[in-house]
Design a protein around this ligand. Structure first.
Ligand code: DPP
Ligand code: ZN
Length: 879
């Protein structure tokens, strides 16, 4: 596939001002009549993109089109030089039931649904399918009434009624200009949960959550989340819902999480449906944030959209930041500031697990990429998560009020436009009178910058000198980096920070703006050597390099007043211990757990002043993917051995504490989604993980009772996970069978059942390898290769969450991977390419694993039928 470059952007010669679509819907043959009012804005032909469509007719101003050229991407039509306007009508046919890619118009569970971002609209009709073409849409849907009783599209319902032969129609009008990627339709047999709300300016709006019959009792949390999102955006950014009606529709087969189509959000059902018996606290939290994310896109993405797909982070980074802030505010309102800190920790954990490895591998790209072959490959952790960190830095540098002023100015300039990241940062700059030219480098540099810190204490001068040096991966120009920092005194209290030449201050956390490669800070009035606490709250997405011995880490684990850094100190300590233990395991020695680490860990566990939710994140070991990234060479089997020894030790030695906690922190009464309750449940489930890992019989008994008893999903699943990842294989088998019996007919819950088995660690050498179990589960009646959630659950969990079992010495994991990619490539290239990416960092593995992985990648690339999506990923991986 050709490489598309950011700097090649050109406006189209012809744009569309208004489009009228008439759909004659049918599961196997849908006919779309598309009438576009086109306007000239430059020289050249009218360009229409089209993919896999059967063209039935094409007319220009009512006459059959004559000069039509077929191109690789669609059609080009020459229009008279003196024409400034043309009405172009194109009629095409497509087959939704044959659309296994789930891009464009497709069939799922008896209904018809669309997904158009990024380039799916061209699979529905011929159109200038680019985000800089913003048109007014009117849409008429016509279908068989019995098969498709509900007909939805964007905007307002302006007409509907019955037609002959049992058919009916609905006509929708979207008053807002929009790009084609925000188009959506639904034709299905659904039921609705409705609520009426009044916006801040007093308009009444209708909110709807559409689900399959039988799921209404699972729609309430999504509805609540929507209302909370509305209120938050009004209060925080003064942004109101602009439509009379706002719809969310749950779809079972969906490639991504959800899609922000104007007024008609389509969601992967897993981010809508929840009730206590079927969804965990984590599911509730995800639903709230995804509902918020799509809702916030209505302004950041829809009202102001992207000029081209290179600007994707303009809407995604900003909207992820907004949903993170929203969730943090919601959590803090219910659970206090500690709950806010836990949210920040979770977000950084995702960044480090998913984005740092991407930024260190062959797919590394700036948050605004410079080139791509398949845009679908660039819906990445870098564009989303690192993009959100870049926006967060602006928020940190400008303050909440300055940031708000920048947002206001951005909307005042660009409402209704398709713009670039520069436009956003310029609005922030202008509103605050701040120069952000250097800051813009965050948009063009790839790789995770390192921040090297060195401290020197001068007792005689009572000074502490801190030298901070930025190291950029490609040796690029220095970045503008906000660093929040503090100094901790010997007794554990923060010291007031006074820089040389300043009046004596009282502030104990300061924000320093690094703009040069090296910055030296001299703090005065320091009487004893302090312990630095740098990058508080993770104020910038960098890797901090600071020499700290075990005692310092333990000290910060006990005293750092910044909850993020306190957690991070524990993570650093764990990382150090695990890497040393893995090195022993790699040499065939029995890894040892250092005693001082046990005390530091125990002190956190026993600290009743810390919220359970906080203790749960602080006592969770770093993710395996993150640990592998820090290991060279990456040796997944040695790492797993070390983790097993460590978990066993933590479970055995602290057994009484875990059991005591488990009793004391039990939550009484009915399930409610609340951060305080969720924190207690999380800590109890974590305790069961350690107890079961160590085979502590009381822990195993409690886990089995909780996994199989009358419980809600959070406790049930926590207990099941503890058993499956433990040497208690007999109890695990009982719990798995019980779970299967209860939920066999519940697709979303069965996804959990598949994933937990695919990700299962092997605690006993004789236990069944994950791969053998997965191969057997592929034949399970609840499994389906056409459902992306099933692919992510069974294969994704194996490839990503079970490195020791996937990277097997005999190469069987890689062969299985290659077979799955080959198979998925033909069905659904987007999903195939996501799965293909799991081996992109193969060069970091041990030599034997490298050659086995490379052989499979090469074999795949020899296949001529490989999609552009998968090919781009594998070619980059091979380098
Ligand atoms: N734009 C969607 C989202 O991130 C993904 N297609 O919300
Ligand atoms: Zn988004």
């Amino acid at each position: 596939a050709p490489t598309i470059r950011r700097t090649d952007y050109q406006p189209l010669a012809w744009t569309v001002e208004a489009v009228d679509l008439y759909f004659t819907l049918d599961a196997t043959a849908t006919v779309v009549r598309n009438r576009m009012r086109c306007r000239r804005q430059g020289t050249g032909p009218l360009v229409l993109m089209a993919e896999g469509l059967e063209r039935l007719s094409l007319t220009i101003d009512g006459a059959p089109a004559e000069t039509v050229r077929e191109t690789d991407t669609g059609l080009e039509i020459d229009l008279p030089d003196d024409a400034d306007e043309a009405v172009v009508e194109v009629v095409t046919r497509c087959d939704p039931s044959a659309n296994t890619e789930l891009s464009g118009l497709y069939h799922s569970g008896g209904g018809l649904y669309t997904q158009c971002e990024a380039e799916g609209f061209r699979r529905i009709t011929a159109y200038p399918d680019r985000p800089d073409v913003m048109a007014r849409f009117t849409v008429t849907l016509e279908a068989d009434k019995a098969a498709f009783p509900v007909l939805l599209s964007n905007g307002n319902l302006v007409d509907s009624g019955d037609l002959a032969d049992g058919r009916h129609f609905a006509k929708w009008d979207d008053p807002f200009l929009k790009p084609s990627y925000l188009f959506a339709l639904v034709a299905a047999d659904l039921v609705v949960l409705e609520r009426r709300e009044t916006t801040r300016s007093g308009r009444e709006v209708l909110l709807q959550v559409w689900v399959e019959d039988g799921n209404l009792d699972r729609a309430g949390h999504a509805m609540d989340s929507l209302v909370h999102s509305m209120r938050w955006d009004e209060a925080t950014f003064g942004l109101e819902l602009d439509l009379d009606r706002y719809m969310i529709v749950a779809v079972s087969d969906f490639n991504m999480g959800a899609m922000e189509n104007k007024g008609l959000n389509l969601f992967n059902a897993k981010f809508v449906l929840a009730k206590p018996e079927t969804a965990t606290d984590v599911d509730y939290e995800h639903i709230e944030s995804v509902v918020a994310h799509e809702y916030f896109h209505n302004w950041t993405g829809n009202r102001v959209t992207c000029r081209d797909w290179f600007q994707l982070t303009l809407k995604e980074g900003l909207t992820v930041f907004r949903d993170q802030q929203f969730s943090a505010d919601m959590l803090a309102a219910a659970g206090g500031e500690s709950a806010r800190a836990v949210k920040r920790i979770e977000d950084v954990r995702v960044l480090r697990t998913a984005q740092f490895p991407e930024d260190a591998g062959p797919m590394a790209h700036p948050i605004r990429p410079d080139e791509y072959q398949a845009i679908d490959n660039f819906y990445t952790a870098t564009v989303y998560e690192k993009g959100a960190e870049v926006i967060r830095m602006l928020h940190t540098l400008l303050g909440a009020e300055g940031f708000r002023n920048g947002m206001d100015l951005y909307f005042s300039y660009h409402d209704g436009q398709a713009v670039t990241c520069d436009d956003f940062v310029e609005a922030m700059s202008e509103a605050n009178g701040v120069d952000l030219d250097q800051f813009m480098r965050w948009y063009s540099q790839r790789g995770t910058p390192r921040l090297r810190a060195e401290g020197r204490f001068d007792a005689a001068a009572r000074q502490y000198t801190l030298t901070l040096t930025q190291v950029r991966p490609d040796g690029d120009a220095p970045l503008h980096i906000p660093v929040a920092l503090g100094l901790i005194g010997p007794k554990g209290a923060d010291l007031p920070l006074t820089l040389a030449g300043e009046a004596v201050g009282t502030v104990t956390t300061r924000l320093v703006e690094l703009k040069d490669t090296t910055t030296t800070l001299v703090f005065e009035g320091i009487d004893a050597e302090p312990v630095p606490s740098l990058l508080r709250g993770f104020s910038a997405p960098v890797i901090l390099e600071l020499e700290e011995d075990d005692r310092r880490l333990a000290f910060r684990m006990a005293h750092d007043s910044d909850p993020f850094n306190r957690w991070d100190a524990a993570q650093r300590y764990m990382l150090r211990v695990i890497l040393a233990m893995s090195a022993d395991a790699a040499k065939g020695e029995l890894p040892q757990v250092p005693e001082p680490f046990m005390s530091a860990f125990g002190a956190l566990l026993h600290n009743e002043k810390l919220d359970p939710a906080y203790r749960a994140v602080a006592l969770t070991l770093p993710a395996e993917a993150y640990l592998l990234e820090q290991m060279s060479p990456a040796d997944p089997v040695a790492l797993r051995r070390a983790l097993i020894v460590l978990m066993r030790h933590l479970g055995e030695r602290l057994a009484d504490s875990w059991l005591g906690l488990d009793t004391r922190l039990a939550v009484a009464g009915d399930y409610r989604y609340h951060p305080a309750d969720a924190g207690r449940r999380a800590l109890r489930s974590l305790g069961l993980r350690y107890l079961c890992a160590a085979g502590v019989s009381q822990g195993v008994e409690r886990a089995l009772a909780r996994a199989t008893g009358e419980s809600h999903m959070t406790d049930r699943f926590g207990a099941l996970a503890a058993l499956v990842n433990s040497p208690a294989s007999a109890e695990a088998a009982i719990a798995l069978a019980d779970f299967e019996r209860r939920f066999a007919k519940d697709a979303l819950v069965m996804d959990k059942w598949f994933a937990i088995q695919a990700g299962a660690w092997r605690w006993i050498d004789s236990a069944q390898p994950a791969l053998a179990r997965i191969e057997a589960l592929m034949g399970h009646p609840a499994f389906s290769l056409s459902n992306p959630n099933k692919i992510y659950a069974l294969f994704g969990a194996y490839f990503r969450a079970n490195p020791a079992e996937f990277h097997r010495a005999d190469g069987a994991g890689y062969r299985f991977w290659a077979d799955r990619i080959r198979d998925l490539n033909g069905r659904n290239p987007q999903v195939a390419s996501r799965m293909a990416r799991v081996l992109e960092n193969w060069r970091r593995l041990t030599p034997a694993l490298q050659s086995a992985a490379q052989a499979q990648i090469k074999a795949l690339l020899a296949d001529k039928a490989l999609s552009a999506d998968v090919r781009e990923v594998l070619e980059k991986a091979l380098g």
